[in-house]
Design a protein around this ligand. Structure first.
Ligand SMILES: Nc1ncnc2c1ncn2[C@@H]1O[C@H](COP(=O)(O)OP(=O)(O)O)[C@@H](O)[C@H]1O
Ligand SMILES: [Mg+2]
Length: 190
């Protein structure tokens, strides 16, 4: 079953078609990279999937549930889609455990157990839970950001990673090409 399906998605800002009639299928358990030059609509596409904006046209379905369509717009917090922000954006005053547990609420049942599981899942030592982000390497901070994005809902259906790459890899026609480049699927991936 396909986890994520976009059909004819279009988003305009004034006269600019940031995303123009994009269709895309992301199968369960796979990773898809959306690659294109600056301004080609990559971030807009992720924002539409996350539910931060509604598309003008087209349909988005996750696990067979329509989350955006004519007359249908499921808000971001009901989509079970996590977004790992570009720079990690951890709360500097909170510990690693505090960052990961931020979206769970203070009294969430099994909070400590979930935090421990998420530290394991991103392969960070449990002892790191008590440290502040400034005492972590860049890569460790990214793992914490990943754990935090996955945390609020045990059944996250998709994780989105907006990223900037160094200039030089211009894709040519100025439009993002979902699913064309860097589509990886390793057998056995969860
Ligand atoms: N909130 C906005 N208001 C107006 N124009 C926007 C807005 N967000 C993005 N755009 C425009 O939409 C196009 C795509 O932007 P974006 O999705 O950020 O591209 P990318 O992430 O590929 O660099 C650009 O021309 C950008 O200027
Ligand atoms: Mg962008």
């Amino acid at each position: 079953m396909s986890t994520l399906t976009l059909t004819g998605i279009t988003k305009r800002y004034g006269s600019v078609a940031a995303v123009d009639n994009v269709s895309l299928k992301v199968e369960h358990g796979t990773r898809t990279a959306v690659v294109g030059p600056s301004g080609s609509g990559k971030t807009t596409l992720l924002r539409l999937i996350a539910g931060f904006e509604p598309p003008e046209a087209g349909c988005i379905a996750i696990d067979g549930e329509v989350v955006a369509d004519q007359g249908v717009i499921v808000p971001a917090h009901r989509r079970s889609v996590g977004v790992v922000s570009q720079h990690g954006a951890l709360f500097p005053h909170l510990t690693v455990a505090g960052n990961i547990g931020f979206g769970m609420g203070r009294r969430a049942k099994d909070r400590d157990r979930r935090i421990a599981e998420l530290l394991d899942a991103v392969e960070l030592p449990q002892a790191m839970g008590g440290r502040k982000p400034r005492d972590l390497s860049g890569g460790e901070q990214q793992r914490v950001a990943l754990a935090r994005a996955a945390a609020p809902d045990a059944a996250r259906r998709a994780l989105l990673f907006p990223r900037h790459f160094p200039a030089g890899g211009d894709a040519g026609d100025g439009r993002a090409r979902p699913g064309r480049c860097g589509h990886h699927h390793r057998p056995g991936d969860p």
